[in-house]
Design a protein around this ligand. Structure first.
Ligand code: ATP
Ligand code: MG
Length: 262
């Protein structure tokens, strides 16, 4: 597999070289990732697709600083990533504090970011609007559906307006309409703020809609086997409905689907 360098010479936000991840006892390790090279430049929206167990979450965990590679090097903006410092993360599961309300979860995150107490309520309301959950600040997180909880987790990640956003199948549990709405929200937001995003999905449609390029992974051992640049217009004010209906969109989705089938 050639290096997945993007054109241009900007400093890489994410720079993985020969990264391997192994789990389990030293005698019988499970190789989740083997020799992954990945460079992501500022403002790129890179999507990972691949079968269950091919190491997508493991790769995100390395970039987030939760996992140290067994071999190779992982750098985020030139430094070894540390949890919490490197990026905003939306996991496959929402991981909210169950003893706090929705607003309490967001307020906690804002507090850690140094947002003064007096400003937090407004910021919380604005974030909840953004993810389509207005007026839910006083709800208990366990009163929300799984998809609603995931939207709170997204709001929490957006609170920091992070330069790097790592998202692990964030919309998998949502109904189709909410999913489309949030796809458009993330697309617009990333475009407007110039956020660098590494995003995992099983959906070719989602990958083509969001990605500036898509990396296709395979399992045993987990590795990147193909790369598909997506040349669609990514400006924040694109008409997304027209884009979804365009022949170019269908062509890219078809091509990615065929690549994913291998
Ligand atoms: N903590 C762990 N301990 C042992 N093995 C693990 C651990 N986490 C992941 N693995 C194994 O590593 C491999 C890659 O797992 P990973 O979660 O990265 O895959 P994935 O591509 O995210 O899959 P999915 O699409 O199902 O979320 C799998 O074989 C998995 O069983
Ligand atoms: Mg996973």
């Amino acid at each position: 597999m050639p290096r997945t360098d993007a054109p241009g010479t900007d400093v890489a936000v994410v720079d993985l070289t020969g990264v391997s991840v192994r789990y389990g006892p030293a005698g019988q390790p499970v190789t989740a990732l083997e020799g992954v090279d990945l460079r992501i430049r500022a403002g790129e929206f890179v999507v990972l697709v691949g079968p269950s167990g091919c190491g997508k979450t493991s790769l995100l965990r390395v970039v987030a600083g939760f996992e140290r590679p067994a071999a190779g090097t992982a750098l985020v903006r030139g430094a070894v990533p540390r949890p919490g410092a490197a990026a905003g993360v939306v996991f496959q599961q929402p991981r909210l504090f169950p003893w706090r309300t929705v607003g309490g979860n967001l307020g906690f995150a804002l507090g850690r970011l140094g947002v003064p107490r007096a400003e937090r309520a407004d910021r919380i309301a604005e974030l909840l609007d953004r993810v389509g959950l207005p007026g839910t600040a006083d709800r208990r997180t366990w009163e929300l559906s799984g998809g609603q909880q995931q939207r709170v987790a997204l709001a929490r990640a957006l609170a920091a307006e992070p330069g790097l956003l790592l998202m692990d199948e964030p919309f998998a549990a949502l109904d189709a309409l909410t999913r489309e709405r949030l796809q458009e929200e993330v697309r617009t937001l990333a475009g407007r703020l110039g956020t660098t995003v590494l995003f995992v999905t099983h959906s070719a449609e989602e990958a083509v809609l969001l990605g500036s390029r898509v990396l296709v992974m395979a399992a045993d051992p987990g590795r990147v086997v193909a790369e598909l640049p997506i040349g669609l217009d990514r400006s924040p004010d694109t008409d997304v409905s027209a884009l979804r209906a365009s022949p170019e969109f269908a062509r890219l989705r078809g091509r990615l689907t065929r690549t994913m089938r291998g």
